[in-house]
Design a protein around this ligand. Structure first.
Ligand SMILES: [Zn+2]
Length: 379
């Protein structure tokens, strides 16, 4: 069975599916359409139902649902089909070479190893015996950029969801919490005049320079707040800045972006308001602080039965009953409004993801499949 899993991982890597958002291109190697077609064909060849769920005109999720005795409950297995860019990749990123018990290639651990493991675990369980509850498999598009695939699915739920597991490279650790991400745009305003008479205008860049210091102090002060037991503190970072049009005009506008990684119990809106109030008070002038996007934080109660079940399935192989937390956001962010338990689990390590020599170890694949199998047998 491990041979089939390795081969499927290689087949998925060989179908380039770089997230097209940054470049706007959908011709190969960009876009998810070819890999979604492959997954639909694979499911159909196994006699499993498969439907394309269009998200935009050229991007889609793939969903397969197997009916259980209790059709009011559904456990979802979800992985994503897109990958990050291949710039600087050593060798051919789409030639999935097996070397030293590692499958190499872009997406090997993020997220095609998880995708292949879930596809096989799902098929095996559906074929094996009647299901007590519905079991669904979802392959989402656009996890790496806007999570539009999982957002669309969670907003237009075609099935009643009761729990969801997301395949990501956790190194076989069961993840019960992750931070959220909020993107903010800070705008300072000024008055444009000829730069030979700067005293007649107001320089938006100068105001931004002060604002940057205030944001940095505000960020450093977060360390004095009580930490989350697994995730520590929230963090803020200024990530872009733009201001001024030409050298002889005093700039009337300057904009910066802030990336805020917040904790599960924090309200992103309230956090934003707190920073806006601090900036307004200390700068003593009007600024704008706009929320561009929010990816929710995730946290599942450690005592939830699904956590216990998954831990019981994993611990004979991983030899640890401990669950963990990660700092990055996942497709689970799109499901928080449903108030269902969510877990993240999969083969490969996040330190190997997005690198110029991405790979997944074959024993990680094999053990991930064993754990998923043990868990699904106890549904
Ligand atoms: Zn991923």
């Amino acid at each position: 069975m491990v041979q089939e899993l390795i081969q499927l991982t290689q087949q998925l890597i060989a179908i380039a599916s770089i997230n097209p958002q940054a470049t706007g291109q959908t011709n190969t190697p960009y876009g998810e359409s070819r890999i979604t077609t492959f997954i639909i064909d694979w499911l159909a060849a196994q006699d499993l139902n498969a439907q394309l769920q269009p998200v935009t005109s050229d991007r889609a999720n793939v969903l397969s649902v197997a009916q259980g005795t209790d059709a009011t409950k559904t456990l979802l297995l979800c992985s994503h089909t897109d990958t990050v860019e291949t710039t600087g990749y050593q060798g051919d990123p789409f030639d999935p070479e097996l070397r030293n018990d590692r499958v190499h290639g872009r997406g090997a651990c993020d997220d095609k190893g998880s995708l292949a493991t879930m596809m096989i675990a799902y098929r095996n369980r559906v074929k094996q015996s009647p299901l007590p509850v519905n079991l669904a498999f979802l392959a989402t598009c656009d996890e790496e950029y806007g999570m539009t695939g999982s957002r669309y699915f969670a907003k237009n739920l075609p099935i009643p969801l009761t729990a969801a597991i997301f395949g990501e490279p956790t190194g076989l650790q069961i993840i019960t919490a992750h931070k959220g991400a909020m993107r903010l745009r800070l705008t300072t305003h000024g008055k444009a005049v000829h730069s030979s008479m700067p005293h007649l205008g107001q320089n938006a860049i100068t105001t931004m320079a002060k604002a940057v210091q205030i944001v940095e102090t505000f960020a450093a002060d977060r360390a004095s707040l009580p930490p989350h037991p697994k995730l520590g503190h929230d963090t803020l970072a200024l990530t872009t800045i733009n201001g001024g049009d030409q050298p002889n005009i005093i700039p009337d506008v300057c904009q910066a972006q802030i990336d805020w990684r917040f904790l599960p119990h924090q309200s992103p809106q309230q956090s934003r308001d707190q920073l806006a109030a601090t900036l307004a008070e200390q700068l003593n002038c009007h600024i704008d602080l706009d929320i561009l996007d929010i990816f929710n934080a995730m946290e599942t109660d450690e005592n939830h039965p699904i956590v216990k079940k998954f831990t019981n399935a994993a611990s004979p192989i991983t030899h640890t009953p401990k669950t963990g937390a990660v700092l990055y956001a996942t497709d689970a962010s799109s499901f928080t409004h449903l108030n269902i338990p969510t877990l993240i689990f999969g083969p490969g390590h996040i330190t190997e993801a997005h690198t110029t020599s991405e790979y997944v170890q074959t024993n990680q694949l094999e053990n991930a499949l064993k754990i998923y199998t043990a868990f699904l047998n106890k549904l």
